[in-house]
Design a protein around this ligand. Structure first.
Ligand SMILES: C[S@@+](CC[C@H](N)C(=O)[O-])C[C@H]1O[C@@H](n2cnc3c(N)ncnc32)[C@H](O)[C@@H]1O
Length: 255
């Protein structure tokens, strides 16, 4: 398989003029995943099995309640994907900004929002590894870091801090049992677009405890956690409380 350096110069011919555009390895990889429908999710979504309406049915009311209780009015959703489930969260907000690295997905989301007459909703391409999102009450980073090497997660977190936003809501796998098949690779190396679980309480992240935890998994009628995303939560951090640790992590990348 062709191995690409982290930044690639691609020449794109646009309206007779030759324009040079930089595409990151992340952009190439996730666009490939999107175009090839590489993740499960069926007809409903190309963002993976965790983004279906069925898989998020327990998460939606919990996230809606968190948004109301913590007075979240503006949300920046980084790595928003194309899941329909977010349309159930948007009415609880004054402004919603969806970002993804896949340009085609963003265009489709824009059309969908227009067709549905959604207000206060916008979408644009943004990669938090290299760009700072706009300030918001909260930044959502759901099911994205699991596909990114730690270095890219740390750079993203640093840009979330730089945005001046208040909260970060991000996928976390606390208390992964040692017997779990995912345990050995927890926080370990991963190729862009592949999967391993992340627990921010453990090395190398060692973040303080989240201020709030939102369960993010399928639950059986008997109340027991079930399914592929067992043990998944959305951990809520105050960005001003983790900014010192994020700076240490960023500095350690330069060593
Ligand atoms: C598994 S999907 C999750 C989608 C959505 N957050 C959800 O919970 O339904 C991961 C999404 O993150 C996007 N993504 C991955 N790395 C990214 C990056 N560095 N910047 C922006 N988007 C990224 C992918 O293109 C994909 O749409």
């Amino acid at each position: 398989m062709l191995r690409l350096p982290s930044k690639i110069i691609t020449l794109i011919k646009a309206s007779k003029k030759e324009k040079v555009e930089e595409l990151t390895e992340e952009a190439i990889k996730f666009t490939e995943i999107y175009n090839n429908h590489s993740w499960a999710g069926g007809e409903e979504t190309r963002s993976g099995s965790g983004s279906t309406l069925n898989s998020t049915q327990n998460t939606v009311p919990l996230l809606q309640k968190f948004i109301s209780d913590y007075r979240i009015r503006t949300l920046v959703d980084v790595g928003c994907g194309d899941g329909l489930w977010m349309l159930k969260i948007i009415p609880f907000l004054r402004r919603y900004q969806g970002h993804d690295i896949v340009a085609e997905l963003i265009e489709k989301n824009k059309i969908r929002a227009k067709e549905r007459g959604l207000r206060g909703v916008s979408y644009s391409v943004l990669n938090p590894v290299h760009e700072i999102p706009k300030k918001a009450d909260a930044i959502l980073f759901r099911d994205v870091a699991i596909h990114l090497p730690n270095e890219l997660i740390i750079k993203s977190f640093s840009n979330f801090v730089a945005s001046g936003s208040k909260y970060l809501i991000t996928t976390n796998f606390p208390n992964e049992p040692e017997t779990s098949k995912f345990y050995e690779r927890l926080n370990g190396p991963v190729r862009i677009g592949k999967y391993r679980r992340v627990d921010y309480s453990k090395e190398p992240f060692l973040l303080p405890d989240p201020i709030f935890r939102i369960q993010d998994n399928e639950i059986n009628p008997d109340g027991l956690m079930a399914g592929k995303h067992k043990n998944r939560e959305l951990a809520v951090y105050r960005l001003d409380q983790i900014k010192g640790r994020v700076k240490e992590l960023l500095d350690s990348l330069d060593d």
